[in-house]
Design a protein around this ligand. Structure first.
Ligand code: ARG
Length: 591
């Protein structure tokens, strides 16, 4: 955990530092301080320390208590409990003072930058050219987007790579068809609007279907298509120019979907499979020369002791096929070389479906054997589970087809707009459309991000747009409600009063707010946005309890209490806003 003892260091951090200093082996020991129900915090670290030193844990704990500074203004009460835990209660003053310092820290809210920032290349949002985006592409976009924002917030240098599927034998068929039917794609779409995206995709779909029919029924076309693959791989200019049209049209479509999803993609970061063409031959040569890969029946293969096929025979990673063609593995291995040696990454993160884990396991291991991944470079697949229908089976339309992502998003927006319309009757149509999109897209993103990524989840719109329970709508309403309170209290401004005693609900809220920095650090460390979602949900719940129990405006409490409560409202809202932004979710001011 980052230990930055600054003014804005959390109470949690300052307490952990004070305990470390009081421990006999100062510095080396982690007091393992956690929030607890019994007191504000419990420190469990003394047990392990006592075991190591062969000391009596309760005696050691008592020594630590004696060594703590008598009156530091932070610790109100500390007692030894159980086998040697410490239960610590902090002063109200420390809580409020600390929140005040954090509130003065603008958008960062006192969250420190990581002590050692590195360079992470994140591979995310990787749809395939000339293909419709489906619900699987929701996850690599939504999770990737959030992880990028979280890492950047901690000060990490992040480089995005969208490894789109823009290469392969199917392009022989597509290009050949377009050469023979030059108007088949329709007119060239121009901009990133929704309509342009739809038109681009329907043109691509048309060409895909028609060329497939021809490919399957016409032997001569099939031969021409196969020859076209060779031309494409040889870099024939005419072939490449037509292939480029497929890529460009697809991008028009991708951008319209990303726009709707409220996910920002930079064109320069789209480096698809084709982007590594020039490296493939060399990647294979290096692997073969070093003996990492060997020829087997003409194919260039890497073998692993623990990877076997269903028949029990070793199932290798094929880097080059026997016909000389390069596949997915060669591209990913080349991408690793590029990311490590050119982009100077020290972490490679892949936000990719968990069903590709064997591929990544083999690719990473191969890169390690080749010396491209060293101890200084971490490679991680953030593998995600499958999106299921309400019936618990992989999500399909009633006709059994994969669900188009755009249809899903439209439905979510429609549902959310209906709710917004019903709740806020004074909004204009334009405002309803804008908020409907923010609420609907937020609902879809939150449902995806609020369970641990590796788990499958059910796509259930009823649940996602519900106002009660662990949904983004609930959080967005909490935020909007606080904004409305702040507007109503125009004669009183938020102001921290550390001298005031806090009510139980105020303390609980304050201590949870104090955990924001620790939560962000943990979430970034573990690539676990779901922990941020859980933190925010709990924040909104604690706020609700606070608001029920502690009047802010009516009946009006004494002026200083009113100011302090408004201050708690304000920093809660700002924490919700920042936390949701890290998930890629908007928090409208009014709902
Ligand atoms: N385009 C691939 C798919 O849709 C995902 C690519 C993942 N990234 C990678 N470096 N292999 O399944």
């Amino acid at each position: 955990m980052a230990s930055v003892t600054s003014l804005t260091a959390s109470v949690h951090q300052r307490l952990a530092d004070a305990l470390s200093a009081a421990l006999p082996e100062a510095g080396a020991a982690d007091p393992l301080l956690r929030r607890s129900d019994r007191a504000d915090y419990q420190a469990n670290g003394i047990l392990a320390l006592a075991k190591k030193a062969k000391a009596n844990p309760r005696e050691l704990a008592t020594k630590v208590v004696d060594a703590l500074p008598a009156d530091d203004g932070m610790i109100k009460d500390v007692e030894v409990s159980g086998p040697g835990f410490l239960n610590v209660t902090v002063t109200d003053k420390a809580i409020t003072e600390n929140l005040a310092a954090r509130a003065a820290d603008g958008e960062r809210l006192g969250v420190p930058y990581a002590e050692q920032a590195g360079t992470t290349v994140v591979d995310w949002a990787q749809p395939n050219v000339a293909k419709e985006m489906h619900v699987g592409h929701l996850r690599n976009s939504v999770i990737g987007n959030s992880v990028v924002k979280i890492l950047e917030f901690t000060g990490e240098k992040v480089i995005s790579r969208h490894h789109i599927g823009d290469w392969g034998t199917q392009f022989g068929m597509l290009v050949q068809y377009l050469i023979e039917h030059p108007d088949a794609l329709g007119h060239q779409a121009a901009d990133g609007t929704e309509q342009a995206g739809e038109e681009a995709m329907s043109g691509l779909n048309r060409v895909y279907k028609a060329s497939k029919v021809l490919f399957d029924s016409d032997e001569e076309f099939k031969t021409r298509a196969r020859r076209r693959v060779v031309d494409l791989q040889a870099g024939d200019p005419e072939t490449l120019a037509i292939w480029q049209r497929f890529v460009d049209e697809s991008k028009v479509y991708f951008y319209s979907v990303f726009n709707k999803l409220d996910v920002e993609i930079e064109d320069a970061d789209i480096v698809g499979e084709s982007g590594y063409n020039d490296m493939l031959a060399e990647t294979c040569r290096l692997l073969e020369e070093s003996g990492v890969a060997v020829r087997s029946n003409g194919a260039l293969c890497v073998f692993f002791d623990d990877v076997k096929g269903p028949d029990g025979n070793p199932s290798p990673l094929i880097v080059q096929k026997s016909d000389g063609g390069f596949g997915y593995a060669a591209t990913d291995l080349s991408a690793i070389r590029d990311r490590v040696f050119n982009l100077k990454a020290d972490t490679l993160l892949y936000v990719v479906d968990a069903r590709q884990s064997l591929h990544f396991k083999m690719v990473f291991e191969t890169a390690r054997r080749a010396g491209w991944l060293t101890e200084d470079v971490k490679a991680v697949q953030l593998g995600f589970g499958t999106v299921l229908g309400k019936d618990g089976k992989p999500f399909k339309t009633r006709e059994g087809e994969t669900v188009r992502l755009i249809d899903l998003l439209d439905e979510a927006i429609e549902r959310a707009s209906a709710i917004v319309r019903e709740k806020a009757r004074d909004l204009s149509e334009e405002e309803i459309a804008e908020r409907g999109a923010q609420v609907g897209i937020g609902a879809v993103k939150y449902a995806d991000l609020s369970t641990s990524a590796v788990r499958d989840y059910k796509f259930d719109l009823d649940q996602m747009v519900s106002m009660n329970g662990d949904t983004s709508v609930y959080l967005q309403y909490a935020y909007a409600r606080i904004q409305s309170i702040l507007r109503k209290a125009d004669d009183t401004s938020p102001k921290a009063h550390p001298e005031l005693e806090l009510a139980a609900a105020e303390r609980a809220l304050g201590l949870h707010l104090d955990q924001f920095a620790e939560t962000v650090a943990e979430v970034a460390q573990e690539y676990a946005p779901h922990k941020l979602a859980a933190y925010l949900y709990q924040l909104a719940s604690l706020y609700t309890t606070f608001y029920d129990q502690c009047p802010v405006i009516k009946p009006k409490p004494p002026q200083d209490v009113a100011e302090n409560r408004l201050f708690l409202c304000d920093i809660t809202a700002r924490t919700l806003h920042q936390g949701m932004a890290l998930l890629g979710i908007r928090t409208p001011e009014r709902l």
